[in-house]
Design a protein around this ligand. Structure first.
Ligand code: SAH
Ligand code: SF4
Length: 425
């Protein structure tokens, strides 16, 4: 979502006459787009501001430094007070003001723009698309779920969806620009609703609006809103990626309730079986939080058990990070840090083993791979992606395949992170 917001900001700034600099040395304006979801994400930005402080102090030319995104919304004037090189603090709903605020900043004025609206969706700002073949479209913004641990509803405001027709037009215009994979984005993408259009209808419309060789994907689904119609839509369209990210957070019903996740483990597992029944070979991934306040060893064991039962292809795994202003911030952060780390490591080890085993099962199978870029380690090898969201490294020594092509690749080797294979004609 933040990568996509950065593209929206790039579009707003280039429309205002700016050019995108390739490195900091060449830049007159530096904008840091930030995340507040965990403390370490914010820590990175504080360190970055510190580094820039030393760099910019030595500069002769005026440079405007702006902090954008969720940290701007959360910390507001604290960001100006804590460091005298920041001159702009702009929250996720105020990016249209950037050109004006930046020209004021060049005149020495400092500004904070952090109003939240219930309507801003940047519907008319078609973002600059960074890698040429994959693109994101934010179809809705904000979140109404208020999971007890989560800062997002406070920094990104209430849920709002874009009109379906402008989304479909954007899908078509990306295809005209050569894009081969389009991911529909939202904090809670399956609660998309605009007039009579629900998410599964929009997804089907997007899949039908593009040629068969263009893939449609989506992120992130909330288990509470994942309908049978959505599962059927994915199953019925060959060009909708067979890859679903469905965060579980915890395997304990007691913790899920405290987290205000609004589903039980049984409901979650029921959806998983429906998905697996309806979509053969589907990849399912998840998010997990270790060490939520009051989590016991038994709760933690239940999280390990659900990971074993579902067998996710991958997971984003975090230790609980208290966020000021959220409901759980008021609860006693009772699991000691070392214990959170121990539980997290146990989860990571289990998940890596499962990812490795699932990837091993792909050896000998052939996949249609969307060709992306040369591998960083070895430029004669290229990286691509399957319909199942998995990355594949394959030999492309004679440069036969270029970005955006499809190659049929037979898998010969696998680790927990990637598949390796050879092109079959
Ligand atoms: N809207 C998405 C996820 C948004 S945040 C959803 O509901 O699934 C991405 C992930 O960060 C969450 O799924 C959660 O696992 C993690 N996360 C959010 N707040 C956190 C916190 N306070 N501490 C640790 N992890 C957190
Ligand atoms: Fe945060 Fe929950 Fe909303 Fe996801 S659904 S963004 S975890 S409040």
């Amino acid at each position: 979502m933040n990568l996509n917001d950065t593209e929206i900001v790039q579009k707003i700034m280039t429309d205002a006459g700016c050019l995108i600099a390739n490195n900091i040395a060449a830049a007159d304006i530096i904008l840091l787009n930030t995340c507040s979801v965990r403390d370490n994400a914010e820590e990175k930005i504080h360190n970055r501001i510190e580094t820039l402080y030393h760099l910019l102090k030595k500069r002769k030319k005026t440079t405007v430094l702006g902090i954008l995104g969720c940290m701007a919304e959360r910390l507001q004037s604290n960001l100006l007070e804590s460091n005298n090189i920041v001159s702009l603090v702009v929250g996720p709903d105020e990016y249209r003001k950037l050109p004006e605020l930046i020209s004021l900043a060049f005149k020495g004025e400092k500004h904070i723009a952090v109003d939240m609206t219930s309507i801003e969706t940047y519907d008319d700002v078609i973002p600059l698309c960074s890698n040429g073949i994959s693109a994101w479209i934010s179809i809705m913004r904000g979140c109404n779920n208020f999971c007890s641990y989560c800062i997002v509803p406070y920094t990104r405001g209430r849920e709002r969806s874009r009109p379906a027709d402008t989304i479909i037009n954007e899908v078509k215009s990306l295809v005209d620009r050569g894009v081969k994979e389009i991911t529909l984005l939202g904090q809670n993408v399956n609660s998309y609703s605009y007039e009579s259009t629900k998410f599964h209808t929009l997804l089907a419309d997007a899949a039908e609006a593009v040629p068969k060789n263009v893939r449609i994907a989506f992120l992130t689904s909330h288990p509470m809103d994942l309908s049978d119609s959505l599962i059927d839509t994915i199953a019925q369209h060959d060009n909708i990626c067979k890859y679903i990210h469905l965060p579980i957070q915890s395997g304990s019903n007691r913790i899920l309730k405290l987290m205000n996740r609004k589903y039980s483990l049984e409901h979650y597992l029921d959806i998983i079986s429906k998905i697996k029944r309806s979509i053969p070979n589907v990849s399912i991934s998840t998010d997990v939080i270790a060490g939520y306040p009051s989590e016991t060893i038994e709760d933690h064991q239940q999280t390990l058990a659900v990971i074993k039962e579902v067998r996710y292809v991958s997971a984003f795994m975090f230790r609980y990070s208290p966020r000021e202003g959220t409901k759980s911030y008021k609860e006693n952060d009772s699991v000691p840090e070392e214990e959170k780390i121990r539980r997290l490591n146990e989860i990571i080890q289990l998940q890596n083993r499962i990812s490795g085993e699932l990837n091993q099962q792909d050896i000998g199978k052939t996949f249609e791979v969307l060709v992306e870029t040369p591998s960083k380690k070895n430029p004669s090898e290229w990286v691509g992606k399957t319909m199942y969201g998995k990355s594949v490294i394959f030999g492309n020594t004679d440069g036969k395949y270029i970005q955006g092509d499809y190659a049929n690749v037979i898998i010969t080797d696998a680790t927990s992170a990637t598949l390796k294979g050879n092109v079959v004609e």
